[in-house]
Write a protein that binds this ligand. Structure first.
Ligand code: ZN
Length: 351
């Protein structure tokens, strides 16, 4: 019997990045609305409480965390571009500290629920901010919650497989465990993403060996993606034999996303979720990217319901209510693609 938890904190809905920014709080709000409205299976809701300053400084530098705290509470302390904050990608915004504290508190709780209370699946859709560096905001991410989830599980002596299907390479996670003896022994980082030749962050090539990388060409469709993903993921899982999987399930690999160029359908996306969900170990699921709010909320709420047992990946008919919004997204795609102001430029993002 699966024991499923959904973590959230409505405080997150108060805050937004800059008006022009493609990362919108609506994607999370719509996801939670759809889950509430359509889910039939049994799950428990938990409020993700903010982490303390001390907990937040476990990976990120104490000075960096203190700076986030200070600039939220006193804007006169804010210095444009310090620690990468104040760029178009990573704007200063009200809630910069509060939201970060909730993200870290959420993944700490997720790890505790997995280990201490044997939850089979713990979901936190606002998380998965896989780009943030130790002392730098990067790629729309201010704190790197996946790193905290990994550290907490390692601290519990668990062997962790981190799998990332976001369209962008998880450079912040790979960087956090670079040259760390734990990497490849008790932790394996695996990423399927659009090649750095075409998309931010411009890294994540096969030969970078901090993580198992599978760069994909623009236009990669369901068939090609799934064929490769199943083969690689099954092999990695069987050989590594993890105790826990952390899955970052960014929905920006879809054909409807406005920032990336992969070609997954909703059905293709859900089949990836199915492959991960069938592994018989406990899992933490983190949201990650997704810049078409309608598609992202369909994809995430459907992923949740698939794990819950409400729907099957291959049977879209069971998912018809979600698809109403999905079709709306399809109709508006051209408009969004033409009118979106911010597309990360590769040249600006190379380390
Ligand atoms: Zn992404």
């Amino acid at each position: 019997m699966k024991k499923i938890a959904l973590l959230y904190n409505q405080e997150l809905e108060k805050y937004k990045y800059a008006e022009y920014h493609p990362l919108k709080r609506e994607r999370i709000i719509y996801t939670m609305q759809k889950i509430k409205k359509y889910s039939k299976g049994v799950y428990e809701n938990f409020i993700a409480e903010p982490a303390s300053l001390e907990e937040m400084s476990l990976y990120h530098g104490e000075d960096y965390i203190r700076y986030l705290y200070e600039i939220e509470n006193d804007k006169t302390k804010y210095i444009p571009n310090k620690y990468g904050i104040g760029t178009t990608d990573n704007p200063y915004f009200k809630g910069i500290f509060s939201t970060s504290a909730i993200h870290i508190g959420a993944v700490n709780l997720a790890a505790d629920l997995i280990v201490k209370e044997n939850y089979s699946d713990v979901f936190y859709f606002p998380g998965g901010l896989h780009h943030a560096k130790k002392n730098q905001a990067w790629g729309f991410c201010f704190v790197n919650d996946p790193v905290y989830a990994i550290l907490r599980l390692l601290n519990y002596k668990k062997k962790v497989l981190y799998v990332d299907i976001d369209a962008h390479f998880c450079d912040g996670v790979a960087c956090a465990f670079k040259n760390n003896p734990v990497n490849k022994k008790d932790l394996l980082i695996m990423s399927f993403h659009e090649s750095g030749d075409f998309l931010f962050p411009g890294t994540g090539y096969i030969e970078e060996n901090d993580s198992i990388n599978f760069p994909l060409y623009p236009g990669t469709d369901d068939h090609t993606y799934l064929l490769n993903f199943k083969k690689v993921f099954d092999t990695v899982f069987d050989e590594f034999q993890p105790d826990v999987i952390i899955a970052q399930i960014g929905a920006d690999s879809s054909k409807f996303d406005i920032l990336s160029h992969l070609d997954l359908s909703l059905k293709g996306y859900l089949n990836i979720i199915k492959i991960i969900s069938e592994k018989n170990v406990n899992k933490i699921w983190l949201g990650g990217g997704g810049y078409n709010n309608k598609f992202t909320s369909c994809a995430w709420s459907s992923a949740f319901r698939l794990v819950l047992g409400d729907i099957k990946a291959g049977d879209i008919k069971h998912n018809i209510k979600d698809l109403k919004a999905f079709n709306y997204a399809e109709k508006n795609y051209d408009f969004l693609a033409k009118n979106i102001l911010l597309k990360p430029k590769l040249s600006e993002h190379l380390d």
